[in-house]
Ligand binder design. Structure first.
Ligand code: AMP
Ligand code: TRP
Length: 330
């Protein structure tokens, strides 16, 4: 059976970007690939690479787990778990630190960007973040890893680490293949459309959170930055604002950019934004209704317990193999 894996950091409430670039795609892939095992996890150890409030972190972990299910994942062939409940992630990451190089980690764009924002110093965990991510993936010998565009570089490094280990210690890890959605892979901030929509950004006007009131999300769409031309046309370089809104529209409806341009020919941004606000509002309403059912049920714990057991079973087996290969222990 093929395997697919992905993770989301519980560093805040997931955004429309997380949904369109990741969670919604996961649910679609699950229905398209009935013969594949789907491993999804809450990357709580990754969250710790930047300072977190412990109480909020705990709540966010539960929220992300519930949102995976609220975004449409089904229980069959699903292993949903929390990273910190499977110690082999950290164990494998420890081994990988010995075969990854400072130079290659210094080149990571996400590190360079996040480093600038850390006021209280840059943790070494932020630096080694991609090593832990490689461990998350390689631990389970997965075939596919769906991620947004921002994670492609980390995935490339993961493949380098896998090949390096295999060459040095003998065939051990499956080389994974990334899956990036064509549309929705990079949803930008509504106020600063050249920056990605990020749940950890400070100004929340440009960011739609999956659990925020529908009315407030609609308002954010209506006040999104566009341009003075008032022509609904996809042009990422010259019209980043409207192009971003069109990519949101397109990811929700599956309409092509051409089709959207035709639909709004001769109409201004007002009509387009109004319709988009409705679309986003309806999507959020559906997610929030499911979320409410899940978060207050015992079902979530049952699924997470099952996921923990399966992930530990697979992870421990792999770690034993890896320790043997590198010569650790007795
Ligand atoms: P993170 O929020 O960094 O934990 O990301 C979780 C998943 O959502 C990853 O697969 C990201 O690539 C994806 N993602 C995050 N932000 C966006 C965005 N603005 N647009 C599209 N995908 C995103
Ligand atoms: N680094 C990813 C992000 O910030 C989250 C993540 C952690 C992940 N481990 C992963 C994604 C493994 C895919 C596979 O978005």
């Amino acid at each position: 059976m093929k395997k697919l894996l992905s993770g989301v950091k519980p560093t805040g409430i997931p955004t429309l970007g997380n949904y369109l670039g990741a969670m919604k795609q996961f649910a679609q892939l699950q229905s398209e690939m009935p013969d594949c095992e789907f491993l999804f996890f809450v990357a709580d150890e990754h969250a710790l690479t930047t300072p977190q409030n412990p109480k909020e972190l705990k709540q966010n972990i539960k929220n992300v787990a519930a949102l995976y299910l609220a975004c449409g994942l089904k229980e069959e062939n699903l292993t949903l778990f929390i990273q910190s409940e499977v110690p082999s992630h950290i164990q494998l990451s420890g081994i990988f630190e010995s075969i990854s190089y400072i130079g290659e980690l210094e080149r990571m764009t996400q590190y360079k960007e996040k480093k600038k924002k850390q006021i209280d110093g840059v943790s070494s965990a932020l630096f080694t973040y991609p090593v832990l991510m490689a461990a998350d993936i390689l631990l389970y010998d997965v075939d596919y890893v769906p991620v947004g565009e921002d994670q492609k570089q980390h995935l490339e490094l993961c493949k380098i680490i896998a090949n390096r280990f295999n060459n040095r210690f003998g065939e051990t890890f499956t080389i994974p293949q990334g899956i990036t959605p064509k549309i929705g892979a990079r949803i930008m901030d509504l106020q600063e459309p050249t920056k990605k929509m990020d749940k950890s950004s400070i100004d929340s006007k440009g960011c739609i959170y999956l659990l925020e009131p529908v009315s407030s999300a609609k308002k954010k769409i209506k006040s999104a930055v566009t341009d003075s031309e008032s022509i609904v046309k996809y042009d990422k370089t010259n019209k980043p604002g409207i192009s971003n809104l069109m990519s949101i529209y397109s990811s929700i409806t599956n309409f092509s950019y051409k089709k959207i341009e035709k639909l709004y020919q001769g109409k201004g941004y007002g009509d387009f934004k109004s319709d988009l606000a409705e679309l986003v509002g309806n999507e959020l309403k559906e997610i929030q209704t499911k979320y409410q059912e899940i978060i207050s049920s015992e079902q979530l714990n049952i699924i997470l317990n099952k996921g923990r057991e399966r992930a530990n079973f697979l992870g421990n087996k792999k770690i034993a193999k890896v320790y043997k290969k590198v010569g650790l222990g007795r």
